[in-house]
Design a protein around this ligand. Structure first.
Ligand code: SF4
Length: 453
């Protein structure tokens, strides 16, 4: 994975991307602020969301078993997956056992995280993305750049040109209605023919074994009701203890994400029912690094995340670089704290530094994740303690004696006498790569003082 500073530099050179991003995030931010302001109990809702999620994380083992029993009692089947490979194997096996060469998919970050589409493709099965933005990305072999609005980096004219090349030859209009109609016509036949549907989920309810998906387009409802077989991949942290807890999250999520009072489509299903919807239901419970995050006292709060994307839209770093610079399906502030914990390796160690620590993300987070605190915690883990200790020890020794300090100042003045320094040799080059080093003043305070004594 390319380190964030290098990836960000590439993205920052794209002026069109920045304009699209700022335009879109400004709009969503204003909508969110309006609907949050009209909820008099917003702070109480945030506290409730945080408390429910903390309870889930504290007693996750119990809730998972309760959920499994409830799903099975309702006629569904539960699979446990330690990692992406195990989860993908389950979905591939279910699709294969029904002899299909295509599945229809609801937009799902969890399935993107495990790269399910690639695993299905390797087994000769096409995963058709049915969310409008995901379809755009799939047609153009592009990657999502926002949690909620995956094609936020694309404008209408680009989409019109893409559709003209792929699913709607001859389309000339870039009016949103015409673009939506073109995708609707393309997808409708595929929905009706689909025998296997695949979804992620926003919430799973331990008490009843229910699964809940919220969306805006109705494609999710089609995927979860038309095919005879449904496979849902659920991150283990997505559980809620009781059905009544949905009341809190179905208020927090739409206001924080799309700036709406409620989601246009809220689908909830519990097991299977004769003659109504899928007759075979599989739920894959995915770990993939989540229990590693759970073991970290400070970092585990990232698992409270309900993927609303409010933190992305207010982040001064994300709104300039866009999502691709983060190299993961989870971009922005939440990606900077979640991805390193899920992956648990060196490849993502630059992500916690992709922040100005302004705290805007914490202020908007509906489940009160203290993102700046987790960022600092992960930064401390990522720095090389031995190198830092040696450097700080040296600085302490110089500062600890007036003669040593005076000598160091003289040395600095003679080396840096040309004023601002734009480039230093390694390892100090890490500093000047992104900022200038101001040279020392011509005269230090002590000489100035002596001259006036
Ligand atoms: S960290 Fe908070 S604000 Fe960001 S996506 Fe998750 S729930 Fe939303």
């Amino acid at each position: 994975m390319t380190a964030f500073p290098e990836a960000a530099r590439v993205e920052l050179a794209n002026g069109g991307l920045r304009a699209n991003l700022l335009n879109a995030t400004d709009t969503i931010r204003a909508k969110r602020a309006r609907v949050v302001a009209e909820a008099p109990d917003w702070e109480e809702l945030r506290e409730a969301g945080k408390a429910i999620k903390d309870d889930v994380l504290t007693r996750l083992d119990e809730y998972l078993l309760e959920f499994e029993a409830a799903v099975q009692a309702a006629g569904g089947r539960v699979h446990w997956a330690r990692d992406a490979a195990e989860a993908n194997a389950v979905v591939v096996e279910v699709a294969r056992s029904h002899g299909v060469d295509e599945v229809v998919k609801v937009k799902s970050l969890t399935t993107d995280e495990i790269e399910l589409n690639d695993a299905l493709a390797a087994a000769g099965i096409h995963a058709l993305e049915t969310d409008f933005a995901e379809l755009i990305l799939q047609l153009d072999h592009d990657r999502p750049s926002h949690i909620l609005v995956p094609a936020i980096h694309r404008n209408r004219a680009e989409i019109r040109d893409l559709f003209a090349r792929t699913i709607a030859p001859g389309i000339a209009s870039d009016d949103p209605h015409d673009l939506a109609e073109a995708s609707r016509l393309y997808l409708r036949e595929r929905f009706l023919a689909a025998r296997v549907g695949v979804s992620g989920a926003n919430f799973g309810v331990a008490e009843t074994g229910s699964v809940c998906v919220v969306e805006s387009e109705g494609n999710g409802r089609m995927c979860t009701t038309l095919p005879n077989v449904l496979v849902t991949v659920l991150g283990v942290e997505k559980l809620l203890p009781r059905f009544a807890d949905l009341e809190v999250f179905l208020q927090l999520l739409p206001r924080s994400s799309t700036g709406e009072r409620m989601n246009p489509y809220t689908s909830i299903w519990t097991g299977v029912s004769d003659g109504d919807g899928p007759q075979e239901l599989h739920v894959v419970l995915l770990d993939n690094g989540r229990t590693r995050a759970l073991a970290d006292d400070v970092g585990r709060q990232a698992l409270r995340c309900i993927r609303c994307s409010a933190c992305l839209n207010v982040c001064p770093v994300y709104t300039r670089t866009g999502g691709h610079a983060y190299g993961s399906v989870y971009p922005g502030p939440i990606g900077a704290i979640l991805t390193p914990q899920l992956r648990g390796d060196e490849s993502t160690s630059s992500l916690p530094f992709a922040s100005s620590l302004c705290g805007a993300c914490y202020e908007v987070c509906p489940v009160k994740i203290d993102i700046p605190r987790v960022l600092l915690h992960l930064r401390a883990k990522a720095t090389k303690p031995a190198a830092e200790r040696t450097l700080m020890g040296g600085v302490g020794w110089v500062f600890g004696g007036p003669r040593r300090l005076a000598l160091a100042q003289r040395l600095a003045r003679s080396v840096l006498r040309r004023g601002t320094v734009h480039r230093l040799p390694p390892p100090l080059s890490a500093w000047t790569r992104t900022r200038d080093l101001k040279g020392p003043p011509r005269e230090d305070f002590r000489s100035w003082w002596r001259s006036r004594a």
